[in-house]
Design a protein around this ligand. Sequence first.
Ligand SMILES: [Zn+2]
Ligand SMILES: [Zn+2]
Length: 635
Amino acid sequence: MEVRLKDGSKFEVLKGESAYDIAKRISEGLARNAVCARVDGKLVDLDMKIEKECDFEIVTTKDKDALIVLRHSTAHVLAEAVKELYPTCKIAIGPANEDGFFYEFDFQNNISEADLEKIENQMKKIIKADEKFSHAVVTRAQALKKMKELQEKYKVELIEAIPEGETITMYSQGNFVDVCRGPHIPRTGMIKAFKLTRIAGAYWKGDEKNKMLTRVYGTAFFSKADLDAYFEMIEEAKKRDHRKIGRELGLFFIDEHAPGMPFYMPNGVTIRNELIKYWREMHKKAGYVEIETPMAMNRKLWEISGHWDHYKENMYTFKVEDEDFAIKPMNCPGGMIYYKENIHSYREFPLRVGELGKVHRHESSGTLHGLFRVRCFTQDDAHIFMLPSQIENEIKNVLTLVEEMYKAFGLTYHLELSTMPENHIGDVKDWELAETSLKNALKKIGKDFVINEGDGAFYGPKIDIHIKDAIGRTWQCGTIQLDMQLPKRFNLEYVAEDGTKKEPIMIHRVIYGSIDRFLGIITENFAGAFPVWLAPVQVKVMNVSEKSEAFVDEVYNKLFDEGIRVEKDVRGEKIGYKIREAVSQKIPYMIIIGEQEAQNKNVSVRKRGTNETVTMSVDEFMKLIKKDIKTKVIW
Ligand SMILES: [Zn+2]
Ligand SMILES: [Zn+2]
């Protein structure tokens, strides 16, 4: 029989041949780098036997899913090592996570981070022994019997929760057995580089009524070089932590009286205002109007939007005169009410309505993290109402706007298109039109994009924009979502060309995403050294001695009057001290005024990141800094 390979070609295989054997016949090199296989889009073990015609692909170390499989497999090795060292320990779960993996254990006597090295050494032995991962499909009764025999009570609980009729697989390597969905790497020897990073307490199943278990965290890579690069990045990220820089530069803080709700300090507000000013400029040019909708709206509205039934636990609700209200977790319902206020004609389309709306969402306290995970933030939302024939062009317009706006921050990005999920609402035909329009727009703009089949929201397909920061981390900020549900729920209409009433096509889109989170991201991206147009203080003017104080005032006033964010330092401190302070505040330009400068009416300018001063006239400097601001240059 034949399988279809990724390049579209057919490859003849024997019924029952293993994925690994097929790989070997395709090429020896492919088999050597094979981590697992992808059969009809699903990841499977290499020893999986191919019984029917399918889409077939060997997943090598280069594939982004390969790292997840490697890390999860390393979690099995961790559990094996722990069971060898602490036989009475009970095992719980061991998934891969964002940047590595963890395994949750119930130790009889608690361990500490000092024990990690011992566990690592045991893991190294297992890896050196190159144990084979093998698996068997078992019945629920067999799985339960085995785990009861091993006295693994957490596993027993997990097996009991597996729905009747679902396939259960048991995996083993060496003497270690686990119940797991798989897949795994073929042999433990494939783990070329790993490190255990920390331990932390975690309630079993995340429920605080349950016992506190111990999570051992780690990470793994296919090469030592990749592991080293990762830890270098972590070190760099620590230096750039926006919570640390936020304090040092006076941007924001979070107080125990309002967990997850940032207080912005003057310098932080300056940057936010610049972000918003830029947003308004760009959106005005792109044909958007801006509205503002109420912060709190009543229950009736949230019932129409569906939030009352599906999102209530994340909303802050309260009563006013016996009526239920909720603080908005999203701007969309308000935007729909705005649309309904007037009768619309196809002639107005595309109608682009933006809102910088502050939203509140309840996030559990354990997940809060600086500006990255908060309970209130400002979304740079916009809803675009249009005809089906306008989707393609309008998506292209949004993507052009994204491109221009991200350029100002020196951020590169990639696009991902998520298509119709199994559980979806609406006509398949509508989905096809929507997806084709999104794809065509992406193709027209000439950007590469990744397709995540079946990953769209249940109400429509979406394009996610993932930016890459200065140290290689990616962040999803912008998104463009086509919504086939909300216009229905709110009975939105427009008068079509033929005079009939029709439902408009509607997209939601954000570019910064959350202004707060974006501010956190760029703080880390620039390590606090903001480009001139964003810098809270753009110039600091300082005098060498009292004799030049009058000219400092003159320069300061001139810059201030031209709208430059300028500060002066005329304290009786040594000039070296003043310079060091300005350097630590990451101010783009320092102007140092000594007696000579005061006499010649010149300024000595020192640019951030350099040790030299350049002498020029005040007007020359004014021209220079204004150009930096206007061009949004990054240096
Ligand atoms: Zn597993
Ligand atoms: Zn929306």
